[in-house]
Design a protein around this ligand. Structure first.
Ligand code: PLP
Length: 426
């Protein structure tokens, strides 16, 4: 806030493709797609045109309570089609990721009440998780710095360990993963009493927590666990969907079918705010078949299913499909992961634990002896920015999430800027 009060030194004015330009006309490669979301790249005329046409035709009309607008219906249909492998049957729209998560959490309690099991109310999140800023979402989230000043939280919420292989809560990175965090989750569910647990929520890859890539079988194992104990599995796909991991969704990357999924960000590539919560046929049927007269779900935002946002999403999904951006993310991401590995081997005192799935990447910057946690990573990020590349940090971790249209040649600028910053740090 203070930085904004004095003159903010970085005001972005225009953007095109993978680049943003500040008010002085200086060009930066946006290696973070804003906040993990401009998947289709900046300046896409197709999306802007779809929005303009929709705004002129019908700028807004509600899309719940027995009323609808056509783009929200079309988008819901399109999403259910895309999410067939994940088994999603129905979609509820909101404005952003926090609201999409909030919707899923409320639906999970409603589901068990509809099933005649009102004691199943407890929610389980994970350490290092980010799910948004609203109280429900923040309650299941697990980044301590975001939480402490806002306590107390929504009741009956618990946190399982993250599948953080390089910083495992149970053993060091060299032992090899034993999936101890999955066993701990099982113990938690047993201890709480499965008859009182409504849902478990997990990002397929924990993004804001530092791009924490789980061991290969983790998602399948926790998904099975939830099924065994009758706990709903919510996949928070706000970052991981729409091509980011080289697949339509993170759940598909790991081969699982959740009970609910939450989306935002890449759904419109940021051209309009929009959140979505998708549910399985079982969740939808249970809630709708058991409802008394009146609305099944007393919940909705004024702007749920905003037609201009839905029109932007439809145009954006068309680009992701037609240009096969998931395949590009996989192809370029494989290369980027390799390059990060090479850098960590070349400068082990400054960089370690590289990782990349699709175009979601990370590398940890080892703090120098005199550095506070995160300080050296911030210095490296600043040096990269001086060379025209924007990245983000999560404590000691440098996170990468460029637009999915990025080519290897463009990506080389990220790697070169990182290498030069590391050299200066040695
Ligand atoms: N869930 C995840 C996984 C996120 O990364 C975020 C935002 O970064 C959210 C939810 C919240 O989304 P929003 O900021 O749109 O409310």
């Amino acid at each position: 806030m203070k930085a904004m009060e004095s003159a903010p030194d970085f005001v972005v004015d225009t953007a095109k493709g993978v680049y943003v330009f500040d008010e002085h006309g200086r060009r930066y490669l946006d290696a973070h797609a804003g906040l993990w979301l401009v998947n289709a790249g900046y300046g896409r005329k197709e999306i802007v045109q779809a929005m303009a046409e929709q705004a002129e035709r019908l700028a807004w009309f509600p899309s719940f309570g027995g009323m609808a607008n056509r783009p929200s219906l079309d988008l819901a249909e399109r999403l259910v089609e895309i999410l067939q492998p994940e088994g999603m049957a129905s979609v509820f729209f909101s404005n952003d990721g926090s609201e999409a998560v909030e919707t899923a959490l409320k639906l999970s309690r409603l589901y068990w009440k509809s099933k005649g099991q009102p004691r199943k109310t407890k929610l389980i999140g994970r350490h290092h998780a980010y799910h948004g800023v609203t109280y429900g979402a923040l309650s299941v989230a697990g980044i301590t710095a975001n939480r402490t000043l806002f306590e107390p939280f929504v009741g009956d919420v618990y946190h399982a360990p993250a599948p953080y292989v390089s910083h495992c809560a149970f053993h060091g990175p060299t032992t090899g993963c034993t999936y101890a965090c999955v066993a701990e989750l099982e113990r938690m569910i047993q201890f709480q009493d499965p008859d009182t647990v409504a849902a478990f929520i997990a990002e397929p890859v924990q993004a804001a927590g530092g791009v924490i890539i789980p061991p290969p079988d983790y998602l399948a194992r926790v998904r099975d666990l939830c099924a065994r104990y009758h706990v709903l599995f919510i996949a928070d796909e706000v970052v991981t969907a729409f091509g980011r991991l080289g697949t339509w969704t993170g759940s598909r990357y790991y081969g699982i079918q959740p009970d609910m999924m939450t989306f935002a960000k890449g759904l419109t590539s940021g051209y309009m705010p929009l959140g979505a919560t998708a549910v399985s046929g079982d969740v939808f049927d249970t809630i709708t078949s058991q409802a008394a007269d009146g609305p099944e779900f007393r919940h909705g935002n004024t702007y749920s299913g905003h037609p201009v946002a839905c029109a932007a999403a439809i145009a954006n999904l068309e680009i992701i499909e037609n240009e096969d951006l998931a395949a590009n993310a996989q192809h370029v991401g494989e290369w980027m992961g390799q390059e990060l590995k090479v850098l960590s081997e070349a400068y082990p005192d400054a960089a370690q634990y590289p990782g990349c799935i699709g175009l979601l990447g990370r590398i940890e910057i080892v703090p120098g002896k005199a550095d506070k946690p995160g300080q050296r990573a911030l210095r490296v990020a600043q040096k990269m920015k001086e060379r025209g590349v924007i990245v983000r940090t999560a404590q000691d971790i440098l996170t990468l999430s460029p637009p999915l249209i990025m080519t290897k040649e463009q990506g080389q600028d990220i790697i070169d800027a990182l290498r030069q910053a590391l050299v200066e740090e040695m």
